[in-house]
Design a protein around this ligand. Sequence first.
Ligand code: GLA
Ligand code: ZN
Length: 654
Amino acid sequence: MIKIGMAYYPEHWDSSLWEEDAARMAKLGVHVVRLAEFAWSRMEPQEGRFDFGWLDDAIGVIARHGMRVILCTPTNSAPVWLYTQHPETVQWGRNGRPTDIGIRGHRCIQSPVFRRYAERITGEMAKRYAGRPEIYAWQLDNELESNHCTCPSCRAAFRRWLEEKYGTVEALNRAWGNEVWSGEFTDWEQIQPLLAPDCLPDWHNPAFMLDYERFGAWCTADFVRSQRAVIRSVDPDAVVTTNSCFCANLPDFHQEFAQLDVAAYDNYPPMDLPEDPETLYSNGFALDFIRGFKGKNFWILEQLGGAGGCWSPMGVTPEPGMIEGYALQAVAHGADLVSFFRWRSSCSGAEQLGHGVLDHDNRDNRRLKEIENFCRRLEKLPDLDKTDIHSDVAILYGADQEFALKNQRQSRNFAYWKQLKLFQDACMGLGVNVDVAAQDAPLEGYRVVVVPTHYVTDPDLTARLESFAAAGGTVVLTNRSGVKDEHNNCIFGEPLPTVFRKLCGCRVEEYDAVGEKRVHIARDNGDSFAVTGWCDVLEPEGAQVWARYTEKFYAGSAAVTRNPFGAGCAYYVGTVGERALYRALMGQILRERGVPLVDGLPAGVEVTTRTGEGGSYRFIFNNTLQEKSFVLEGETVLLRPMEMKIRTGEGEWV
Ligand code: GLA
Ligand code: ZN
């Protein structure tokens, strides 16, 4: 059975409400209630004085109503007494000064003093609750970012991390190319993390920036590792996770979740849907990306429950169908637990305008009704959790690529994520499952592996892609691949795509960072596509030409190529196109490789499939505000706006 959850903050409400709230949740179909996130000051009101009485009572009420608990550690918001008694636990900003406390998230996760207090509160919670039957799982902290704190202990930790990596300052100078602009260090103590708020990341040394990002990501992974260890030392079977999100300073999610038992995500899909058909708004990408953290089904720890606006102004209210449709979309991409945020909108604090399921008036409403529908539909599919997503196609993501490309923009209209999304979007629109996997994920079992912009190279991946293609697989590479070595310095003396030149059977003769300008490419069959952002002018060295530029001084030169390689082949896409280009290209590749696809899906309709011991289920989702209809295997399918239809392997519609 897919588990349904609800975030609840008993400490925000009079305890006389708890019983009624729990009864309403249980009646709705909730299985697990997510508790105690941010409640540190209630659990440890003074240093070393713990009070779990209220939490015992809240857990008791929930358990009496037949529900279990996801218990959250409160380390995201330390109590004010900790910050005042130990100012060294406060996070410092890019300006090299302590952050003002008073909202949340202002703790330094790397500070040894903070770590001590965090381990103590988590340890006290574990001693009291771990292993108890009421506890379903644990959530660590909240929406952890990569650690970009600049406090003295983080600076020291960064230096230690570098010292361990490079051994000597001279080796670091060589790796970073510090002879440029007299940047050579003579002592470890001279090395500072980013301390210039007015200085754009592009102005710094890319080699330094990449190591700084890697260090920040390591801190976050190390923090979750240490916190999980505290819980596991009491209950070796505890399931421990954390709720990820797309934040400003992304951690290395794969490294972070390698320390945890299940991947989890806070799922807030868009409510204000764009009309421009070129806008990539489907949240399916995010869900496939999260599933890739551990290469298996995942959890949603916060699922859209109402209008957003926690930091105001408020966003639009979810259109009819959105609450149910988006929750089902998460399941369609591999969620085995969907926990809504939050039971009721808060009457106090900063998030008064961030809406939960119930409004402040506490009445049953339209959104609650949609969650009820969601629960009733899942009850009809009790074996769904015994199924997974099996994909023939993988898109490889690398944290190094994200780190390097975010800090050194390639062109005014070029984004790493956009390319990942374009390929994923094409697969969903062709009714084909797709994994967004880590760059070092095993390639066995896939028929097609897409590697958008493999910019910071990894020699191991080059070798793996070559054997994958040689053995019959199809590889797709794109522009700005093979540009940098492992230190984020440009590879010398070899035409692009350097380490992939042999596999792709072509070289980049020159390139043009066209920015927002639109250029066109065309195929021999007459198909033409607008492209933008970047144009590699390709010179085939054995590859066939799939499409050529029709404009600028390089009109007639190759833009997209296909190179036979052993029993397989490699495509190289030298530019970034409109959605139709990826539909056409992936359509051809999937047909070539015999991957079954769904023809004629209207724009915005997505098809995914879950299969396994629990049966086979096809999810057909209308991610638009218009009605859609199309013919699926001889049967006309009509979809209301935001409607999800599910067809079982036996041909029944649920
Ligand atoms: C995030 C946080 C929650 C809450 C919601 C509001 O995802 O984890 O605590 O602030 O946003 O939408
Ligand atoms: Zn710090």
